[in-house]
Design a protein around this ligand. Sequence first.
Ligand code: AGP
Length: 612
Amino acid sequence: MCGIVGYIGTKKASPILIDGLLKLEYRGYDSAGISTMENGYISNMKDKGRVKNLYELEGIHDLSGTIGIAHTRWATHGKPAKENSHPHMDNSNTFSVVHNGIIENYQELKAFLYDNGYHFLSQTDTEIIPNLIHYYYSRSTEIDEKLLHAIHLACKDLKGSYAIEVLCKDEPNTMIVARKDSPLVIGVGEDENYISSDIPAILSYTKNFYLLNDGDLAKLSKNQVSFYDLNLNSISKELKSIDWDVSACEKDGYEDFMLKEIYEQPKSVRETIGSRLKKNEKVNFEDIGFTKETLSKFNKIYLVACGTAMHAGLAVKPMIEKLCHIPVIVDIASEFRYREPLIDENTLCIYISQSGETADTIAALKLSKKEGATTIAISNVIGSSITREADYTIYTHAGPEIAVASTKAYTSQITLLTLLTLYFAEVLESVDAKVINEIKEELLLLPEKISEVLQDSTKVKDFAHRVYTEKDIFFLGRGTDYTVSMEASLKLKEISYIHSEAYAAGELKHGPIALIENGITVIGILTDPNLVEKSVSNLQEVITRGAKTLIVTNQELNKENYDEVITIPNTNPLISPILSIIPLQLFSYYISKEKGLDVDKPRNLAKSVTVE
Ligand code: AGP
């Protein structure tokens, strides 16, 4: 969703700001803009469309300011248009503001400002912020820190979520930033500071970051950062080093980030396993350190997330129930948070989020904490919001995921949840050690097996070429294969814009089979030996009705029955989603390429959904 970049230092700000925005393009946006502090005034340049269009705006190359703020907007209030793009300025052109998030009480604040003589040029919720700051600033009796006080008062009036950067014409060597329920980090350099909503945008300039908490404000000069809490008390923060590699945020010779990330999976799964699992040793989750007594008190486990992360939860539900004997409920965060779910101190709630910034997932986490549940966050982003809210955090360590369509984060989430399940089962002694050891052995073999799947993509590519003009594609499976169907179907929708449905194969006869007609494409996933015969029968039913079929399997099948069969290595059915999803990620990718679409930045989507 919207992205923020800021710079305060000694270099010309505009190229740094635009470079940062280009790195944030993957988040999804429809317009872009920058404000820089020029000699005695604030320049504000913006338009709808791509970030690179900014280079064509008149006068942009003449900017010489060394302080500036920048933004990519993903429209919520008001259509994509120049006047709705950020930065927004107040009526007197004293303040310039960029904002991520949603101000829920903006109508009320707008009415208040109207009554006080302000007018508005946009339909956005954001435009009230610079004007509200002006309102407090122009009436302030403060002698010291007048700007900081005015911004603090304005923030106190805002309901909803925000990450903001503010420039003020009267204080040309200062920038103020603040956040609530929307991410913001400060990168520290020598005689310069960088601001961003996402670490990758400024990772090529610094690896040292301050992470802001909800309610924090920071005042920046080129060589100083001062922090304040919501009551404007001065606070101190620890500088954190992020060990992500800059090249991990670049395409590295691949045509698209998504393809790169698909091919990174042998490495990312290996990194997720890390030192948590070694041959002939118990799974290591010292950082969580649950005792048998603690784990025994949990009478149910919730796995709560959105989109692909929720599908990772679905994939591991059968394993947790089988190995730990604890009922598992997988829930969509946006449903969970409004449903008064039955949770108490005997509930364990696990929140899964690649970005760690998904608004619904954060809200669901807060709700369960209030009800007394124990919470674990699973995230890929160090210091992200859910990691700061949860009782315990475990990281997937998959490396930055830039493509909007999630691939390596999914396989790493399942890998980490598998490790966690094995750890629980070992502590609980809930299942024979032989069962656990077999899964452990298979898990350690996964990076090799993923490489095997990735070795030859010719069949998937050919099949994509044959069906890319289709209007509907169906995915079928049973058990964990059904959960992979759902993820594969989501991937296809996201980047190919083809309508697609995933069905539990046994459910077909209860309605959906009415949709099967001559020539339709059906993709079957068959990796569980206990269910394969049943699924084969269901596939036969669609073939009889004229369906074209692609099968992903590790079983011996009569290949002649199908249009294409992709054979993947065998593994324990409980962890097979980590392998069976890979050809289907590639399938979506190649369909999208055949259609000439923007694989990494599909229409209407954002990488991190920071509004509900
Ligand atoms: C995945 O391909 C999607 N773009 C989307 O469903 C995503 O998984 C979802 O928005 C959750 O994001 P998160 O993992 O960052 O919380």
